[in-house]
Design a protein around this ligand. Structure first.
Ligand SMILES: NC(=O)c1ccc[n+]([C@@H]2O[C@H](COP(=O)([O-])OP(=O)(O)OC[C@H]3O[C@@H](n4cnc5c(N)ncnc54)[C@H](OP(=O)(O)O)[C@@H]3O)[C@@H](O)[C@H]2O)c1
Length: 280
C-alpha cells in the first residue's frame, strides 16, 4: 500500500480506501430476491481491509453503514483510521441542521470526532453560506477534523470555500475513474495546486472496470503480476495524481484484500497511456 497525506490534515491515508454504499436502490430488489449480502460479510470485508493496510473508510448518513464502520474500527486506536462521512441533503441544509446531523453521525460511529465531514451534494436555494457556517462551527468545536464537499463543480467548491472565514475545504468527492475522467479538466489540477484531495467514487465504474478483457490487459496482468484488472484500474487512478484517493466498494473480504494490494506493482507511462486509449 502507498500512503499520502490527505490534503493538509497531517494524516497519512492509504491511497486506496473503502467505500461503504452497500445498498443502493437496486439492492432492495436484490434483497427481495434474497441476494443481498449480509452485514456480517460486509463487516468482515471492512476488517480485512483494515488488517491489510487500508486506513481510509468512506461512509454517509444516507448509506446506513455508519454502525458497521463503528463496529469495524472498534478495536483500532481512533487516530489509526481516517473516517469520512457525509451530511445528507436537503433536509439538514441549515447551519443548525448540519450540526445536529453531525451529532447523530458521531453517535452512530461511536466516536468523538470525524476526520472528514463532507456535504453530500451542493446546497440548493442559496443555502451554501449557511451550511458552511455550520461546518466551520463543527471544525472549531473539534467535532470534525476537516471539511469536505462532494459532487461540487469547481466553481461551487470555490464559492463554498469563500464562505469559510477560518478554515478551508480539504476535499471534493466526485465520480472519477478510467471510464469517467471529467475531474481531470479543472477540478483535479486545482486540487493539486492547492493541496486538496480528490476522493474518487465509482473508481471501478460500478465494477465494470473489473471485467475489462483483451490482449492489452492480459499482457499487463502477466507482466506486472497484478492479480486482477480491478487492481490495474485502481493503480492507474491513484498513480495519475498525488491528490487522488480511491474508495472502491467491495462487500466481500477477498475483493477488499485484492484492492488493498493494488499498489504492489508499478504501471509504466506506456501502460498508463495504453489503458487510457483502451477505455477512452
Ligand atoms: N459521494 C457520492 O455521491 C457517492 C455516490 C456513489 C458512491 N459513493 C462512494 O463511492 C463508493 C464506491 O462506489 P460504488 O460502490 O458504486 O462503485 P465502485 O466502487 O466503482 O464499484 C463497486 C463494484 O465493484 C465490485 N468490486 C470491488 N472490488 C472488486 C474487485 N477487486 N474485483 C471485482 N469486483 C470488485 C464491487 O463488488 P461487491 O459486490 O463485492 O461489493 C461492486 O460490485 C461507495 O461505496 C461510496 O462510498 C459516493
Amino acid at each position: 500500500m502507498i500512503y499520502r497525506e490527505f490534503a493538509k490534515t497531517g494524516f497519512k491515508s492509504s491511497v486506496i480506501g473503502m467505500g461503504t454504499y452497500y445498498d443502493p436502490w437496486w439492492m432492495f430488489i436484490a434483497s427481495a430476491l434474497r441476494f443481498r449480502r449480509g452485514a456480517r460479510t460486509k463487516l468482515e470485508a471492512l476488517k480485512a481491509g483494515l488488517e491489510h493496510g487500508i486506513n481510509l473508510i468512506d461512509t454517509a448518513e444516507a448509506y446506513q453503514s455508519e454502525p458497521i464502520v463503528a463496529e469495524a474500527i472498534r478495536h483500532y486506536k481512533r487516530d489509526e483510521v481516517f473516517v469520512a462521512t457525509k451530511v445528507s441533503y436537503p433536509w439538514n441544509f441549515s447551519s443548525e441542521g448540519v450540526v445536529r446531523a453531525c451529532e447523530r453521525s458521531l453517535k452512530r460511529l461511536q466516536t468523538s470526532y470525524i476526520d472528514l465531514y463532507q456535504i453530500h451534494y451542493p446546497p440548493v436555494f442559496g443555502r451554501t453560506k449557511e451550511v458552511m457556517k455550520g461546518m466551520e462551527k463543527l471544525l472549531l468545536d473539534g467535532k470534525i477534523r476537516a471539511i469536505g464537499v462532494s459532487n461540487f463543480s469547481l466553481s461551487q467548491m470555490k464559492e463554498a470555500e469563500s464562505a469559510l472565514s477560518r478554515a478551508e475545504i480539504s476535499s471534493n468527492q466526485v465520480d472519477y475513474s478510467l471510464m469517467h475522467r471529467e475531474p481531470e479538466k479543472d477540478l483535479l489540477p486545482f486540487c493539486e495546486a492547492n493541496k486538496k484531495a480528490v476522493l474518487a467514487y465509482f473508481p471501478l465504474a460500478h465494477g465494470r472496470l473489473a471485467w475489462l478483457k483483451g490482449p492489452v490487459v492480459n499482457e499487463m496482468k502477466a507482466r506486472t503480476g497484478a492479480a486482477s484488472v480491478a487492481q490495474i484500474a485502481l493503480n492507474w487512478l491513484v498513480s495519475r495524481s498525488p491528490s487522488t484517493f480511491a474508495i472502491p466498494r467491495a462487500s466481500r473480504p477477498q475483493r477488499v484484500l485484492q484492492n488493498s494490494q493494488a499498489m504492489d506493482f508499478e504501471l509504466s507511462p506506456v501502460d498508463m497511456k495504453a489503458l487510457e486509449n483502451l477505455v477512452g
